[in-house]
Design a protein around this ligand. Sequence first.
Ligand code: NAD
Length: 502
Amino acid sequence: MTVNGFQVHDRFSAGAQYIGGRLRPGTSGDVQDVVNPATGETVFSYRLAGAADVDAAVAAAGAAFPGWAAATPGERSDALHRFAGVLADRAEEFAYAESLQCGKPIKLSREFDVPGTVDNASFFAGAARHLQGQSAGEYSGDHTSYVRREPIGVVGSIAPWNYPLQMAAWKVLPAVAAGNTIVLKPAEITPITSLMFAQAATEAGIPDGVINIVNGVGKVAGEHLVGHPDVVMTSFTGSTTVGRRVAEIATAGVKRLHLELGGKAPFVVFDDADLDAAVHGAVAGSLINTGQDCTAATRAYVQRPLYDAFVQGVADLMNTVRLGDPFDASTDLGPLISHAQRDRVAAVVDRARASARVVTGGKAPAGDGAYYLPTLIADASQSSEIVQSEIFGPVLVVLPFDSDDEGIALANDTPYGLASSAWTRDVFRANRATREIKAGCVWINDHIPIISEMPHGGYKASGFGKDMSSYSFEEYTQVKHVMYDNTAVARKDWHRTIFGDR
Ligand code: NAD
């Protein structure tokens, strides 16, 4: 399948670095293959960015900053509305490219990744005109104070491979809506849709240099970007391990930092829950994007009376999921991002076998792609690796609990705190779960939906700061206190504390 004859090599023959509104090759001297994980075929090879490319991108972003920061909110809003329009016009091409580089089922790319990105662009087009702050006032009596909310400068962002297009949108849109310019480093194995995203911005009339993309490896381009003296902020989405390294570099430079890190979302089923809904929710919530989703349901805690029926129901439904060619519209589950990631998931499951029960799945199907069967694991202990560590594959682990107190305590018992859900028809239980679960999101009777108007971000080792929604402007703006004297006298009342008497 191709869309309108779209060929990655032709589209990016000039190179895979987008700097100052044009493509150019990377200068690191190293070449990266982009592999379709469904087939193992290389679909694109490109020259990786080195430090010099990062320097050029930061310089382009720095040159574009004064003009873009000075644009009126209305002008930025108009540009982002046009951007949303270009993205919508290209929806099918984006869906194709995203499925090609990630192995995502085309229905997921078409119905989730691409419309979510278009909606995010529309949201930030509106939000650009609605930056909020405190109202002005005479707080001291003798002065008028107000707050200016200002863009901060050149932002450096680093994104993971699981949702390359949406991550580009989440990083770029709030930053530029607020008047910043940006250099984004996507994951090196999934460069394609971030480049297309930046090209679409140019086509929509967003000035050259406002959005720049460097495709390079983390140790080289990533670390250079974070530490660059002209980059004022780092916004990072990725694993907690790499997030720690990014934080070290950013902190040494006294830079603003926004970290969206790993997750291990609990899925708590109380004994009054709609069992059928919980079973459907658990399968969808754990298998979305082949489980490579930081908010995916990974730990189901089920109150004892529903436990056996839940385990059976989830196993039965998992066995109906159709693995296959990502470009077949009926495929439910695609491969993992790479064979290495598939092998990593398989190794975690194999280690769990010693002390837990694989109810269904637990192996790769025959064939070339990086596929792994939907997997349900029971009888694991709360302290085991399979319960505590992020796996990032189509694997759900299920444990029973007795009291409500125990269910909530287990839900909170990992280092992570990104997302969670509670399943109940009792409003008091639901309300308690929303108060007591320590995570950036608590769903009630659902798991996964996100929406542009609402913030996304972690508690605990899942990071800090928010993507999406107006809350993201807190990351990408700084507030300045402006204070005017209203007395017009030389000897002000407060001077007596320094010299003379009243
Ligand atoms: P990763 O941490 O390995 O890589 C993320 C990005 O960091 C990539 O662009 C990579 O090139 C770069 N990088 C690697 N080493 C670096 C370094 N030393 N300095 C600077 N940059 C470096 O993560 P991944 O494997 O690409 O993605 C999966 C992870 O992302 C999971 O842990 C998942 O939970 C997390 N994630 C979190 C969210 C969220 O919103 N919290 C969303 C999506 C993914």
